[in-house]
Design a protein around this ligand. Structure first.
Ligand code: FE
Ligand code: FE
Ligand code: ZN
Length: 276
């Protein structure tokens, strides 16, 4: 059985998003913790959260994935941007305790000219300030395409962050198929080789989720433009190998393809039909 969901809008609340996921054949979903451009988060209603928890347990849902806003940059050269990002991260991780035992994913950040080393130090120090020993959330670093000054396009960069984090058992990685392909990891012709590399550098035990997206552009382009499954440069055969790979097949998969709800429902059926 494939564990799969897609990115959904939380604007009607937690129970509504759970119902929507069910309707499209998903057993998990991803949502933004707040407006993707930043800003304040919606108020959490305990009854709404409890209704989602019940729906999830009744329907055998897997861990859900909360995604931080794209603007959250923990390693900007601008101190005020870093401070805003740290406050967002702290607030998000506190709020995640309403939904314990789930996943929180963020883009490590863009160093905006400071260099990877300096940026990495800033990301680590923010994580160590925001994470806390009693937390019940696993924080995931997303593999990035390497657009601009993004940190996290190389597995080594993610490993350096993980090594600096104090709450080591609460940190993992979310692999985005479009991003790693755009970063130059050839998951089309050498999926085993890429996963071996991931295992040697980071360790496959750290891999907790997959963002399953096709790419509009070619291998190593550093662009980050998602495409519908099978309509991009990664292609349907590669996705078939991805959903059936022994190291991946039991992980939760999240679609972030350019689709409306019917398009997501179709891709969920498509990917399920590929499972051998
Ligand atoms: Fe992302
Ligand atoms: Fe992603
Ligand atoms: Zn992306």
């Amino acid at each position: 059985m494939l564990n799969i969901g897609c990115h959904l809008s939380i604007s009607n609340g937690f129970e509504a998003i759970g119902k929507q996921a069910l309707e499209i054949g998903a057993n998990t979903f991803q949502f933004f913790t707040r407006n993707p451009r930043g800003g304040s988060a919606r108020k959490i209603e305990q009854a709404d959260v409890d209704a989602l928890k019940q729906l999830m347990s009744e329907n055998g849902f897997l861990q859900i994935l909360a995604h931080a806003p794209y603007t959250m940059n923990l390693c900007s050269a601008k101190p005020e941007t870093r401070e805003f990002a740290l406050n967002t991260l702290k607030d998000d991780l506190q709020r995640m305790e309403y939904l314990p035992d789930n996943l929180y994913n963020f883009h490590p950040g863009s160093h905006t000219g400071q260099g990877v080393e300096k940026g990495t130090e800033q990301i680590i120090s923010a994580l160590n300030e925001a994470m806390f020993p009693e937390m019940n959330t696993t924080v995931l670093l997303e593999t990035m395409a390497g657009k601009g000054s993004e940190i996290g396009e190389k597995f080594e960069e993610l490993k350096a962050i993980i090594d600096g984090v104090d709450c080591n058992d609460r940190i993992g990685v979310c692999l985005d198929t479009c991003h790693v392909f755009d970063a130059g990891y050839d998951i089309v012709n050498d999926l085993d080789g890429v996963l071996d590399k991931f295992d040697r550098i980071i360790g496959l035990d750290r891999l907790k989720a997959i963002h399953i997206n096709d790419s509009m552009n070619y291998l190593g382009c550093h662009k980050d433009r998602h495409q519908k499954i099978g309509e991009g440069a990664i292609g349907i055969d590669a996705f078939k190998r991805i959903v059936n790979h022994p190291s991946l097949k039991n992980l939760p998969f999240f679609l972030e393809t350019p689709n409306d709800i019917d398009g997501y429902a179709y891709e969920i059926r498509l990917l399920k039909s590929m499972v051998e």
